[in-house]
Design a protein around this ligand. Structure first.
Ligand code: PLP
Length: 425
């Protein structure tokens, strides 16, 4: 299997090279050049998620130096439960938030860490740069913490992430360094791009990025769609539709990839917050990047989702993608209503992101849906607790992190400041 750029101007590369580079040299995103039909035993065999992942992903690792390590990588990365919980007769909830940082990004971040730490280096230390507005940085920090030969630099906008999110960025120490940038998320992203292109930094270390442009984060997400679609089919006798809380569209892209590989996915619906770009596009408007609107589902506050490029590439054009896509937009009032009604109606405290998918499920009607739950409500207690009128218990892994001391280095939003900070220990 080779990986090609969505822009078609860079040569195809093996998986390891696509993962190490992150972005293709032509500025496009790497995608598998084909989606071979999933082997029959992916569905027939069942078994735990790590086993389904190993069988499903084997063709996507074929011919790569990491192919022999695939089983080990799956067992190492996918080691936490991903339950499919029934919610009434015609709907189930896929809970993706039982990993170390209580959000679905743990799946991709842990898989990427397992991949990157097995790619042989050249003697220079490997430095992973990650700009974050909240969840990504914590998942990446957790995934790489304590790995020898790897250093992580997390950049976040000073004073602009929630206290619990900040804790997940700053409580690690050791090989994880947190930089509080005096600026906005966009400044953090700009600094990462500038650092990746900086000759002085590149001479001293191997730089890689762990943002969701990396194909190594998307591949393992196909596995939980394969596992849960099979499980739903076994229990209910019908192929499920998935309703996915979406922002940068990495999770939705993985679902569409799984369906293309022959997994029985009836339909993929993207649930969004008030940011209108995705739903306008799915409804037929020409694609237009927009300024970001701040909402209660902060991890989905994206005006220009990078993975749209992968989805358009998959369908072979914007019009073809539009014909196939469906999206439901849910504003903050809709999110609040679902969270408020959650305990009485569904016996569940929803987080603001999952709440968009629950609201979309109500609108869609019909039967045979899986609502994808992307975060634990305790991560967003500031929004959730006033609405449900009680405290949300904190999962033990999150609590352990909250109890640790924090440390961040505050820097000006300039490449010089970041380079200086990175080079001093
Ligand atoms: C990142 C994130 C999303 C959005 O996922 P994309 O793959 O960027 O569309 C949804 N919910 C939560 C909790 C997230 O952290």
């Amino acid at each position: 299997m080779r990986y090609v750029s969505t822009r078609g101007e860079s040569p195809p590369v093996p998986l390891s090279a696509a993962v190490e580079r992150g972005l293709a040299p032509d500025g496009g995103l790497y995608v598998p050049e084909a989606f071979p039909a999933a082997p029959a035993d992916v569905l027939g065999g069942g078994g735990p998620l790590a086993e389904v992942a190993e069988r499903l992903l084997a063709p996507f690792f074929a011919g790569d130096a990491l192919a022999d390590a695939l089983g080990e990588i799956c067992r190492e990365a996918l080691s936490f439960p991903v339950p499919l919980r029934e919610l009434g007769e015609d709907t189930a909830v896929l809970e993706l938030f039982h990993g170390p940082t209580a959000a679905f990004k743990d799946v991709g971040a842990r898989f990427l860490a397992a991949l990157l730490s097995r790619i042989p280096g050249d003697g220079r230390p490997l430095t992973i740069l990650v700009a974050t507005s909240g969840d990504t940085g914590g998942a990446v920090a957790a995934a790489f913490h304590g790995r020898p030969g790897v250093e992580v630099a997390v950049l976040f906008p000073a004073g602009m992430v929630s206290p619990r999110q900040e804790k997940q960025l700053t409580a690690w120490g050791g090989n994880v360094r947190a930089f509080a940038v005096r600026g906005a998320f966009d400044d953090c992203q700009r600094l990462v791009k500038a650092a990746m292109a900086d000759p002085a930094l590149r001479a001293a270390r191997r730089l890689s990025s762990a943002n969701s442009i990396n194909v190594g984060r998307l591949l393992p997400q196909m596995a939980y769609y394969a596992w849960s679609a099979r499980e739903y089919l076994r229990r209910h006798g019908v192929a499920p539709g998935f309703i996915i809380p979406s922002g940068n569209l990495g999770n939705a892209a993985a679902a569409l990839w799984a369906r293309r590989a022959g997994i029985p996915v009836r339909e993929v619906v993207m649930a969004t917050n008030a940011n209108p770009g995705i739903s306008a596009f799915a409804a037929g408007s020409p694609w237009q990047a927009r300024p970001t609107i701040a909402t209660l589902a902060t991890a989905m506050d994206v005006g220009n989702p990078s993975n749209l490029e992968r989805i358009v590439h998959l369908f072979g054009g914007e019009a073809e993608a539009q014909a196939a896509l469906r999206a439901e937009r849910v504003d903050d009032d809709g999110i609040r209503r679902v969270i408020r009604e959650g305990p009485a109606r569904w016996g569940t405290v929803w987080d603001p992101h999952t709440a968009t998918a629950v609201a979309a499920r109500e609108r869609l009607g019909g039967a045979g849906w899986i609502v994808v739950s992307t975060a634990h409500p305790a991560k967003f207690e500031g929004v959730v607790e006033p609405l449900v009128g009680r405290e949300v218990p904190v999962p033990p892994e999150l609590q352990r992190l909250l109890d640790r001391p924090s440390h961040a280095e505050t820097i000006a939003p300039t490449l010089d400041a970041f380079r200086d900070a990175l080079e001093t220990l």
